[in-house]
Design a binder for this molecule. Structure first.
Ligand code: ZN
Length: 332
């Protein structure tokens, strides 16, 4: 059984959903056809630097009360138009992002970049396709592959379930262009550099650097939140975060939690190193995951810093299980 299918069955979702066509509008429940989830109230964009904006999430996990807005969409205002980095979990969130862009500039949205395949980063694409039918939507090829293999339906259902169907009306709108990292996109007064550091949070992660602003949208490769490592790699994350630290930029803008200086990356790296290195050590000593857990949670960084992050208590056990799998994998 593939990991994705395991996750599906763990969430009580039917594996038979995989393979449904992505070109049909997807509704969790036929009774909801023709209805639409409620509008998402405005959340003002925060200006991080000259061109780089972020719209803060309404919560750290998706709920009916926060309309499933648990990630931070971003946008970059260039002299040629606006580039959106991640569009939120629904058409309603995408529309709200569009309203915030219009408060800042009259320029059109010319490009959308989805940093990876998790649903809170691309389900809002629908709003941008509706407003700008010719807009280019970019992601890594592996993001498109994942969504076409059933990830699209999985994430639609995940968001519907967690918001009590508030994303109803959202139509899956997949990326239609690919980036693989290493590209420089010149847009008038702004240069965007695209980065892919291999498998970190997923195998499809993209980061977007705004060269003139010394800023970097990090996707979910770092966040002050303990969320989801099931699609990722500890060693890949540690390695990639070091590369981002070495870029020595002024602003790092995550899609969960507040933007910050390089401190954000240093803490993220220490978190991954603590879990991975301690897990490897205790694995060597023959300890089981539940024997490791209290020892790892007693590490100073975990006790003093990571324990303050949303999701820590509920996710730390899962993080250790994923780390054990990676330690075992690296033995053979
Ligand atoms: Zn993610």
């Amino acid at each position: 059984m593939k990991r994705r299918d395991l996750l599906k069955s763990a969430l009580g979702l039917s594996a038979s959903l995989v393979g449904m066509s992505a070109i049909n509008p997807l509704y969790a429940n036929d009774d909801l056809e023709g209805f639409r989830g409620p509008e998402v109230p405005d959340v003002n964009a925060i200006k991080v630097s000259d061109r780089s904006y972020t719209i803060p999430a309404l919560g750290s996990v998706p709920t009916p009360d926060n309309f499933g807005m648990f990630s931070n969409p971003g946008f970059i205002v260039t002299s040629e138009g606006v580039v959106v980095v991640d569009t939120g979990s629904s058409v309603q969130i995408g529309e709200m992002v569009l309203r915030q862009i219009k408060k800042v500039t009259n320029k059109p949205v010319i490009k959308v970049i989805n940093t990876h395949f998790h649903g809170d980063h691309w389900l809002g694409n629908h709003a941008f396709v509706a407003a700008y039918p010719n807009v280019d939507i970019y992601s890594h090829q592996l993001c498109i592959d994942n969504l076409k293999a059933g990830g699209d339906q999985f994430w639609f259902d995940f968001m519907q379930t967690n918001t009590n169907n508030k994303i109803t009306g959202t139509v899956v709108s997949l990326p239609n262009k690919t980036l693989k990292g290493g590209e420089a996109i010149k847009l008038g007064d702004t240069t965007l550099k695209i980065h892919h550091f291999g498998k970190m949070h997923t195998d499809s992660d993209l980061a977007v650097q705004v060269v003139e602003d010394s800023s970097l949208y990090t996707g979910d490769m770092v966040m002050r939140r303990v969320a989801n490592m099931e699609d990722g790699s500890y060693l890949g994350t540690i390695n990639g975060l070091q590369k981002m630290i070495d870029m020595k930029l002024n602003h790092y803008i995550p899609m969960h939690g507040a933007h910050d200086s390089v401190k954000l990356l240093e803490e993220g790296k220490e978190f991954m190193e603590t879990i991975y290195n301690q897990t490897a050590k205790y694995y060597d000593e023959g300890l089981s995951d539940f024997e490791m857990k209290p020892k790892i949670m007693a590490e100073p960084f975990m006790k003093n810093v990571a324990s303050q992050w949303p999701g820590y208590e509920s996710a730390i056990g899962k993080f250790i299980v994923v780390a054990i799998a990676e330690v075992e994998n690296n033995l053979f």
